[in-house]
Design a protein around this ligand. Structure first.
Ligand SMILES: [Zn+2]
Length: 320
C-alpha cells in the first residue's frame, strides 16, 4: 500500500471511511479486541440502517462505526481506549495529521495544522501531542544488544532571546539547554533518546542499563571521560577520539547519533522554534519513532503507530 495525502483523501471521503481506514490499519484483517473486557474475536458490527450513518440516541446521524462485544455487551469503536478516545476532532482530520506526522522528516508545526485543518491553536497543539504520545514505545521495551552507539547533545535554549538569561552566557553549561542522551542500534537502526539530568557517569549509566543488555552490547562512544569507567561493564567498549581528530575507526564511530542529532536540532529550530523541557520527551518519542522506522514506507509506519495507540490516554491537563 503506497500512501500520500491525495490517495488518503480519495480513500476516506466520509467519516465512516476514515473509521474503516483506521480499523484496517489497527486490526488488519483480524478481529478487534474488546477494549472493555479484552475478549478477542467475538463482536458484531452494529450495522447502519441507512447507508453508513447510524441514528444515535439523540436522533442525530452518526458515521461512527461501532462494534458490540458479545461477552460484555459493551460498545466500542476503533477510537475507544486510545489516544483518540472521546475526540471531537473529525476522524478524517486525525488520519491526515497522523499521516503528516508519520511522513514528514522534520515534524509538523502546530500552527500549520491549525491553519490547514481549521482548528483552534489549543486543539491543533493537543492533537499533535496525543499522536506523539502514541509514538512512545510500550512499557515492556526489550533491551538493545549488539553494537550500540551512545552519545549526548544539548537541546533548546536560545539564551540571548529569553528572559532571565543574559546574552553571552550560553554554551553547553547554560541551564536553559537540556541534555539528551541517545542510543542507536547499529544492528536494527532503532533509536532511543532520553532526557538526562546531566551528562555525568551515573545519569548516563542509568539510561544505558535501562535500555541495553551490557553483557551482549558492544558500546561505541566518543572519548568523553564519563564513558571510561562506564564502558567496563559492557561486552566491549570502543571510543573514537574526537579531540585527536578521529571520527571513524573501523566500524566504530558516533556518526549515527550525530546524524540523528543534527536532524533533531534542525527541526526544533526550524519547525518548532522552541521546545520546552517538559514536552521534550514527547518530541523525542516522535523523532525516535520516525528515525527508527526510516527504512519502512509511510504506510507501514502509520500501521506501526496504530499498533501503539491502544491503552494510552493523554489528558489536556497532562499535556500542557
Ligand atoms: Zn467485551
Amino acid at each position: 500500500m503506497e500512501l500520500d495525502i491525495l490517495s488518503i483523501a480519495q480513500r476516506i471521503p466520509t467519516e465512516a471511511d476514515a473509521y474503516k481506514f483506521l480499523e484496517e490499519l489497527r486490526w488488519g484483517s483480524g478481529q478487534p479486541t474488546c477494549p472493555h473486557c479484552g475478549c478477542i474475536d467475538d463482536h458484531y458490527f452494529l450495522t447502519a440502517k441507512n447507508g453508513s450513518a447510524r441514528k444515535t440516541r439523540t436522533g442525530n446521524l452518526s458515521q461512527r462505526r461501532v462494534w458490540e462485544c458479545r461477552a460484555c455487551h459493551q460498545q466500542f469503536s476503533v477510537l475507544t481506549g486510545t489516544v483518540m478516545h472521546g475526540t471531537k476532532i473529525p476522524v478524517r482530520t486525525w488520519v491526515f495529521v497522523i499521516f503528516e506526522l508519520c511522513s514528514s522528516k522534520n515534524g509538523v508545526a502546530a500552527r500549520e495544522i491549525e491553519r490547514k485543518y481549521h482548528l483552534t491553536p489549543k486543539t491543533a497543539w493537543f492533537l499533535l501531542h496525543r499522536i506523539r504520545e502514541a509514538m512512545k514505545p510500550g512499557p515492556a521495551l526489550p533491551p538493545i544488544t549488539g553494537r550500540v552507539v551512545a552519545d549526548e547533545t544539548w537541546l533548546g535554549g536560545k539564551p540571548a532571546n529569553r528572559h532571565g538569561h543574559r546574552a553571552g552566557r550560553g554554551g553547553q553549561g547554560n541551564t536553559a539547554k537540556t541534555p539528551v542522551m541517545t542510543l542507536v542500534s547499529r544492528e536494527t537502526g532503532e533509536v532511543r533518546s532520553r532526557v538526562v539530568a546531566n551528562v555525568r557517569g551515573p545519569a548516563l549509566r542509568e539510561v544505558l542499563l535501562a535500555n541495553t543488555d551490557p553483557q551482549r552490547t558492544h558500546l561505541h562512544t566518543d572519548s568523553a571521560s564519563a564513558y571510561r569507567s562506564l564502558g567496563k561493564g559492557f561486552a566491549s567498549h570502543s571510543a573514537v577520539d574526537h579531540l585527536a581528530g578521529e571520527y571513524v575507526r573501523g566500524d566504530v564511530s558516533t556518526n549515527q547519533a550525530e546524524g540523528f542529532f543534527s536532524q533533531l536540532k534542525r527541526s526544533i529550530d526550524g519547525t518548532h522554534h522552541h521546545v520546552s523541557r517538559e514536552h521534550l520527551d514527547r518530541y523525542l518519542a516522535e523523532f525516535d519513532f520516525r528515525h527508527s522506522t526510516r527504512e519502512v514506507s509511510d504506510a507501514a509506519r502509520m500501521e506501526r503507530l496504530m499498533g501503539r495507540v491502544a491503552g494510552r490516554r493523554l489528558r489536556y491537563t497532562e499535556a500542557r
